[in-house]
Design a protein around this ligand. Structure first.
Ligand SMILES: *Cc1c(COP(=O)(O)O)cnc(C)c1O
Length: 401
């Protein structure tokens, strides 16, 4: 009998399936008469029991039947199977947002009195969760640079989690995932990485020794700027804990959102391929432009983490930032003049976007904090989409003029 590819990374002949194949077929069930080829949306809040006997079995923890969508739903399970397959994970859980995945994962392994070591350059929402919420819960936070310099002095018997993000926003610096995972193993810490900027097509943190991979699926995974979604992937024991925590905190995904995520995932591999190609063209163009002072793209040999990127990533991604020589005024003029690029928050969608970190993720930071983050007043962050590269270059050209 033909078997669904649910949670499988190998074909019936034992060959490892590629990411494009897994993204399309994992978690789908298309092998009975009249099965829908498109993924069905199970648009329901609750599910029936056939008998009180089944109900009792469920209450005793002996049944994995669906009962209520916050606990689980077939459409969510399809999205989870795809993300688990892409990350090479035993299990994944999808959530209402990337932030819900991050908070559910961290809070599953941290309690009052514990400490987390986190990289300093983090997504703004994650940074604020650690800065504003965790101290109220009695959870200590220590920060380390993306190069993990001096991390040995930060660890204590209270440290339980190492939390990193790579590549970072907006300067695209990298954390050495193998090195970070080895450190976490040595100290018995749970290692977690926010891999949103890379997507599973470009880096596989679990294979490099990480315990939990987190995504804002609102970005590359869904890829069409039309849904807020998140995911965590890892081994079953850890993900069961994240899921239990997510169920209680309440950050579950809606089946409609799961459908949009699944719809996006099916084209993830080809989108990423095109975004990487376009991004390299854009980065080289910007680098050669007389009005541009610096370009931060890991694909350029001038990027400080270029060699690490070649080692731990399949390609260099669709994200970059650059600085114009004329500072904030020049950057504002540029952003106000682009026509093919849109001036908008978020990233990873089919549309190319520009944004000024100084007015978004890095708003209200002191000059010293900006310097530490590598952000200049005139830094422009770019998310490169799927448009024709000639049109992107022509737009950059006119906007920089
Ligand atoms: C957007 C983003 C998040 C937050 O995800 P939401 O889906 O908006 O909650 C977390 N980490 C990174 C790197 C992001 O870009």
């Amino acid at each position: 009998m033909r078997q669904a590819l649910r949670n499988m990374r190998k074909s019936s002949k034992g060959k490892t399936l590629g990411d494009a194949t897994l993204a399309i077929h994992a978690g789908e069930n298309r092998f009975h008469l009249g099965a829908s080829v498109g993924t069905p949306i199970t648009r329901t809040a609750n599910f029936t029991f056939a008998s009180t006997k089944e109900m009792k079995r469920w209450a005793e923890g002996k049944s994995s039947a669906y009962i209520y969508t916050r606990y689980g739903n077939p459409t969510l399970a399809t999205a989870e199977a795809k993300i688990a397959a892409l990350e090479g994970a035993e299990a994944a859980v999808v959530t209402a947002s990337g932030s819900a995945a991050i908070s559910a994962a961290l809070m599953a392994f941290l309690r009052a009195g514990d400490e987390v070591i986190a990289t300093r350059q983090l997504y703004g929402g994650s940074y604020k969760l650690l800065r504003d919420i965790f101290p109220r819960l009695g959870i200590g936070v220590k920060h380390v640079g993306h190069d993990l310099a001096g991390i040995g002095a930060l660890v204590s018997p209270r440290t339980k989690v190492l939390y990193v993000e790579t590549p970072t926003n907006p300067t695209l610096r990298l954390v050495d995932l193998q090195k970070a995972a080895a450190f976490a193993r040595e100290w018995g810490l749970i290692s977690m990485v926010d891999s949103t900027f890379a997507s599973p097509v470009l880096q596989k943190p679990l294979a490099m020794g990480f315990n939990v991979v987190l995504h804002s699926a609102s970005k590359f995974l869904a890829g069409h700027s039309d849904v807020i979604a998140g995911a965590a992937a890892g081994n079953k024991v850890l993900i069961d804990k994240v899921r239990a925590n997510m169920i209680q905190i309440g950050g579950s995904m809606d089946p409609e959102a799961a459908f949009l995520l699944i719809r996006g995932l099916k084209t993830l591999a080809v989108r990423i391929e095109r975004q990487c190609k376009n991004a390299m063209i854009v980065a080289k163009y910007l680098k050669s432009h007389s009005k541009v002072a610096a370009v931060h793209y890991p694909g350029l040999p001038s990027h400080p983490d270029h060699n690490l990127a070649k080692r731990q990533m399949q390609d260099f991604g669709g994200m970059m930032s650059f600085e114009v020589k004329s500072g904030l005024n020049g950057a504002r003029k540029f952003c106000d003049r682009v026509r093919v690029f849109s001036l908008a928050a978020s990233l990873g969608g089919v549309e190319s976007l520009v944004i000024l970190p100084i007015y978004t993720s890095h708003y209200k930071m002191s000059a010293a904090e900006l310097r530490a983050a590598g952000v200049a007043p005139g830094t422009v962050r770019v998310s490169v989409g799927l448009e024709d590269p000639e049109d992107l270059i022509a737009d950059l050209c006119q906007a920089l003029r």
